[in-house]
Design a protein. Structure first.
Length: 129
C-alpha cells in the first residue's frame, strides 16, 4: 500500500479537462457499441490513454496550462447553456434584448404592454410581457 501511495504522490490528478475527457470517452464508447465501427473504439481508447497520461503526469505547469485553455473554451459554452436554461425555467420573468446595445433585460411576466428602459444605454422600447 505504501508503494502505491508513493507512486501517486506528486501526480497531477483530476481536473475539469480530465472530467470532460472521461465524458467524451464514455460517449465514444457508447457510439462504438451502437454502430460497431472500430474507429470509435480507437478514438475512445486514445482519449482514455491521454486522460490517464494527464492524471499521472508530474508536469504540473503544462497540465495547468492545458486546463486553463480548456476552461477558457468551455466557460462561454456553459454560461450560454445555463442562460438558456434559466430563461426556460423562470416562471415569473421574461427576458428581452435591448435593440440598441443588445443587453439582456429581465422584466416581470404578465404585466401586459410595458415600456422597458435599458439600464445600460437608456433606450426605451415597448414590449408585451
Amino acid at each position: 500500500m505504501k508503494k502505491i501511495r508513493e507512486f501517486f504522490m506528486n501526480r497531477y490528478g483530476m481536473d475539469s479537462l480530465n472530467r470532460a475527457l472521461m465524458v467524451l470517452y464514455v460517449i465514444f464508447l457508447i457510439i462504438s457499441l451502437i454502430t460497431r465501427q472500430d474507429i470509435f473504439i480507437y478514438i475512445s481508447l486514445g482519449i482514455a490513454v491521454y486522460q490517464v497520461y494527464r492524471a499521472l503526469s508530474r508536469n504540473f505547469t503544462a497540465r495547468a496550462k492545458e486546463n486553463q485553455v480548456f476552461i477558457k473554451f468551455w466557460n462561454p459554452i456553459k454560461r450560454k447553456y445555463y442562460s438558456i436554461k434559466k430563461k426556460i425555467t423562470d416562471k415569473t420573468h421574461r427576458y428581452f434584448k435591448c435593440p440598441k446595445c443588445k443587453t439582456e433585460i429581465r422584466v416581470p411576466k404578465n404585466k401586459g404592454k410595458i415600456r422597458i428602459t435599458c439600464p445600460k444605454c437608456s433606450e426605451q422600447f415597448i414590449k408585451n410581457t
